[in-house]
Ligand binder design. Structure first.
Ligand code: ADP
Ligand code: MG
Length: 385
């Protein structure tokens, strides 16, 4: 399909969360217009977009409106129905494709894709019905049962220690298709954010080290402090995965390090929370790359200008003694090395991603110390209503 889409063409994005919001900013900075489709009238990206179609992702009249006004469409979250992407694909450039998204939005297809292509994955069992529970051997426990579709940020996951708990957890998921994964003893978690253009050119950001709390990303450290042999393997895997999916766009691959070995965890068909550091640490950020891949513009190799630590801000710190109370953002005094990003969400809820901050600088230890200090001050020193 025709490429090299020039500004001020209208680009479309499915999903209006914070990832979509940063895409809107990058696209508009490059001179494009953006239409956001998101059913939430108050969505972070919808509020900045040139056009906000406030409809469900399968609303035919909204999709037809996108077909009329946009030249190319991308997505900011993996739970967009693949049928929506297929529908748009008949008339528009859609990147990533419905085919790639349909594989990675379902943990069963995704795991089988990794296995069929000989990427190293941890032990897992596909659970489709009560009978498949009997196939689970005792050495799988402790394990994590993950619903095959529509989970994110640790949602749709339950830890199970034995067959009885597994049965209860499966019932708790209404016996919907699941993956059971052996719980690995993690030495580190990594991610690679990579952009692949329509002509197969790939550029990647440096490998990111990620720390999670209760299944939600808490902190990302760049570059990752793990052996370069493991980092190189991660980049190699991410490149191969993008090529094998015939992927066009920005893709993020998550990895586990256990027993000094690397395992692929999962793929996100979009920019990634762990890549947010690039907004403040790189010459071209992950959302710029998303615009470049979508419009068929030649890709720039992103450069890490300064080491970075990124910390997520969840809605929990918006509350004190059960009452709404803003975190103390006075800590941020406008330094280019300590940058706060808020996503413009009107309602704070525990566990909800409200924003993040990034500390950048050449000294990794100083970045880490300062990030931890800010984190503590924000959550303990809440002063304003
Ligand atoms: P999500 O879609 O919510 O990101 P993940 O499968 O990546 O789902 O799980 C979230 C986090 O839970 C991981 O980043 C990791 O910290 C932990 N986790 C998930 N699966 C395993 C596993 N098999 N072994 C150990 N920890 C795991
Ligand atoms: Mg994950």
């Amino acid at each position: 399909m025709a490429d090299n889409i020039k500004p001020p063409s209208m680009l479309g994005i499915l999903g209006g969360g914070q990832l979509g919001r940063f895409f809107v900013v990058s696209a508009q900075n490059m001179g494009y217009q953006v239409t956001v489709l998101d059913p939430d009238k108050d969505s972070p990206a919808g509020r900045l977009a040139d056009v906000h179609l406030c409809s469900d992702y399968d609303d035919i009249s909204a999709l037809n409106s996108m077909k009329k006004t946009c030249v190319a469409v991308t997505t900011e979250f993996e739970n967009i129905p693949a049928t929506t992407l297929e529908f748009l694909e008949t008339d528009l450039i859609v990147r990533p494709s419905s085919k790639a998204v349909s594989i990675v939005q379902n943990r069963i297809y995704e795991k089988n894709f990794f296995k069929d292509n000989h990427f190293s994955v941890g032990p897992f069992v596909v659970i489709t019905d009560r009978n498949s529970l009997d196939l689970v051997k005792n050495d799988m426990y402790p394990a994590i049962l993950k619903i095959a579709q529509f989970g994110y940020d640790g949602k749709g996951q339950t830890h199970v220690a034995n067959q009885k708990e597994l049965e209860n957890a499966f019932d708790g998921f209404d016996r919907k298709p699941c993956i059971l994964e052996k719980k690995l003893s993690l030495e580190a978690e990594l991610s690679v954010v990579l952009a692949r253009s329509y002509d197969g050119k790939k550029v990647n950001f440096p490998v990111i080290e990620n720390q999670h709390i209760s299944g939600i990303l808490d902190m990302s450290i760049v570059p990752a402090r793990v052996a370069s042999s493991l980092c190189n393997k991660a980049i190699d895997y991410a490149e191969q995965i993008a090529s094998k999916l015939n992927y066009i766009g920005v893709i993020a691959v998550e990895f586990f390090i256990a027993n000094k070995k690397i395992y692929v965890n999962e793929v996100a068909p979009r920019p990634h929370n762990s890549g947010h550091h690039s907004l403040d640490s790189c010459d071209f950020n992950q959302f710029d790359q998303q615009v470049l891949t979508l419009t068929g513009t030649s890709l720039n190799n992103p450069k890490l200008l300064r080491n970075a630590v990124m910390v997520n801000l969840l809605g929990d710190i918006w509350f004190r003694d059960g009452k709404l109370s803003l975190p103390n953002f006075d800590i941020f005094e406008g330094s280019a090395n300590e940058v706060l990003h808020l996503y413009g969400k009107s309602e704070a809820r525990p566990g909800r991603k409200m924003g993040h901050f990034t500390v950048t600088g050449n000294e990794m230890e100083t970045n880490l110390m300062r990030a931890n200090q800010i984190k503590t001050l924000l959550s303990k020193n809440k002063s304003k209503e």
